[in-house]
Design a protein around this ligand. Structure first.
Ligand SMILES: Nc1ncnc2c1ncn2[C@@H]1O[C@H](COP(=O)(O)OP(=O)(O)OP(=O)(O)O)[C@@H](O)[C@H]1O
Ligand SMILES: [Mg+2]
Length: 365
C-alpha cells in the first residue's frame, strides 16, 4: 500500500522537455490513470515514479519518503509491461514463483503465496500447465500473478491491454479493476484511451505535451474540464466549441453569443476578447422558440440516440438527441443549451473561466 506524490517533476532529454513541472498525488489504494495522447509524457512520468528514469528536477515521494535517489529495485513497485514476457520453458507455477525463489524465499512460503495468487486470479487449474499452450488471457493472468506475488506497495501498468482486440480488452479491463478491488493496492495505469480511463479510474491525470492539464475524478473531469484540451479529449463526440468575441465579469453568469444571451455558470475570472463557449452534444436541445438558430446538415443514427450536426453562425454544433425525435436535413431549428452544464474558456490560453465544480482542480499555470 502506498501514497505517491509527484511535486514539480520535470524531465528533459537534451534540449527536449518531455515532462514540465508535474504535480499530483496518488492516494493509497487508488486506481489511478495517466491519460493523454501519444508522446505527451505518460511513460516518462511512470518511469520516473518507478525509478527507471531520473527526474531533471522535482521530487517524488512514496509514503512521505523522498525516493529520488532510490533505485527501482528498492522502491517496492511491480511494473507490468505491455508485452507480458513469460518464461516459456517453465510451467505456470514456476513462472509465478520465480520472483520469490530468486529472492531466496523458503519453499513453503512460496507455495502458500502462489496458491493465494492463483486463487485471486482464478487460475488454480492452470498451475501445472506449460505457459506455451495458454490463451492470451490466461498468459496475461499469469504475468499479473508474477507481478502480484511479491506483494509490492504499488503496481505500475503501461498500456497493459494495448495489444488486445476490443472485446478481450474490455473483458481484461473489468478483470483488472476487479482484481484491484479485491487487493486494494495502489495502481498507476497508463492509457491514451479516454473511455478506458473513465471506466476504470478512481482518479485521472490528463496530460498534453508534457503538461498536467487536469487532475481529478472522472466525472469532475468530464463535467468541469479545466482546459479546452481536456474538454475535447474526453467525451465522444467531443464538446462543441463556439468561438466568439465577448466579455464576462467576475461572478457574471451570461455571455452574448451572436446577439443572443446565453446563461452560463458563474465566472471565476473576468475576461474580454476571444472566448469559447463549450457545450457537450447531450446538452443541446431543440426548441422551436429558442433564438439561437442552426441548420441541420447531417444526421447520424446510433440506435437510442442520434447525432445531429447543425451549422451555426459560430461553426458546426453536434447535438445528441433521442432517436425518437424527428429531424430533417436542411431544417432550421432553435438550439437550447443547458445553462448549468456549459463551459466557458479563454480562447487564447484555453483555460476555463467558470468556477463551478472546479475547486481543487489543477489547471496548469
Ligand atoms: N530516452 C529518450 N530520449 C529522448 N526523447 C525521449 C526519450 N524517451 C521519451 N522521449 C520523448 O519524450 C516524449 C514523451 O515520451 P513518452 O514515452 O513519455 O510518451 P507517452 O505519453 O508514453 O507516449 P505513447 O502514448 O506514445 O507511449 C516523446 O516525445 C518521446 O519521443
Ligand atoms: Mg508510452
Amino acid at each position: 500500500m502506498a501514497q505517491i506524490r509527484i511535486q514539480n517533476v520535470r524531465k528533459e532529454f537534451g534540449a527536449f522537455t518531455a515532462v514540465r513541472s508535474s504535480t499530483f498525488t496518488i492516494e493509497d489504494g487508488e486506481f489511478f490513470m495517466l491519460l493523454g495522447p501519444s508522446g505527451c509524457g505518460k511513460t516518462t512520468t511512470l518511469r520516473m515514479m518507478a525509478g527507471l528514469e531520473l527526474p531533471t528536477s522535482g521530487e517524488i515521494f512514496i509514503d512521505g519518503e523522498e525516493v529520488g535517489m532510490k533505485p527501482a529495485s528498492q522502491r517496492d513497485i511491480a511494473f507490468v509491461f505491455q508485452m507480458f514476457a513469460l518464461y516459456p520453458h517453465m510451467n505456470v507455477r514456476k513462472n509465478i514463483s520465480y520472483p520469490l525463489v530468486s529472492q531466496g524465499m523458503k519453499r513453503e512460503a512460496v507455495s502458500a503465496r502462489v496458491a493465494d495468487v492463483a486463487r485471486i486470479l482464478r487460475i488454480e487449474h492452470l498451475l501445472d500447465k506449460p505457459v506455451g499452450g495458454l490463451s492470451g488471457g490466461d498468459r496475461q493472468r499469469v504475468a499479473l500473478g508474477r507481478a502480484i506475488v511479491r506483494r509490492p506497495k504499488a503496481f505500475f501498468m503501461d498500456e497493459p491491454l494495448g495489444a488486445l482486440d476490443a472485446e478481450f480488452r474490455e473483458h481484461m479491463a473489468e478483470e483488472l479493476r476487479a482484481l484491484h478491488d479485491r487487493m486494494g493496492a495502489t495502481t498507476v495505469y497508463v492509457t491514451h484511451d479516454q473511455l478506458e480511463a473513465m471506466q476504470m479510474g478512481d482518479k485521472i491525470v490528463v496530460m498534453n505535451h508534457g503538461v498536467v492539464e487536469q487532475f481529478g475524478k472522472p466525472q469532475q473531469i468530464y463535467d468541469w474540464p479545466a482546459t479546452k484540451f481536456v474538454a475535447q479529449f474526453i467525451g465522444s463526440p467531443s464538446m462543441n466549441f463556439l468561438d466568439f468575441e465577448g466579455m464576462i465579469g467576475i461572478g457574471g453568469d451570461s455571455v452574448e453569443l451572436g446577439g443572443v444571451k446565453v446563461h452560463v455558470p458563474a465566472a471565476r475570472e473576468g475576461r474580454a476578447g476571444r472566448l469559447t463557449l463549450g457545450v457537450r452534444p447531450e446538452h443541446v436541445a431543440f426548441r422551436d422558440d429558442a433564438p439561437y438558430r442552426g441548420r441541420v446538415s447531417a444526421v447520424e443514427y446510433l440506435g437510442t440516440t442520434q447525432i445531429v450536426t447543425l451549422s451555426t453562425e459560430h461553426g458546426d454544433v453536434k447535438a445528441r438527441i433521442s432517436s425518437g425525435q424527428a429531424v430533417r436535413e436542411e431544417e432550421l431549428v432553435g438550439l437550447d443549451f443547458d445553462a448549468r452544464t456549459l463551459s466557458l474558456f479563454d480562447a487564447e490560453s484555453g483555460k476555463v473561466l467558470i468556477s463551478e465544480g472546479n475547486e481543487g482542480v489543477l489547471a496548469h499555470g
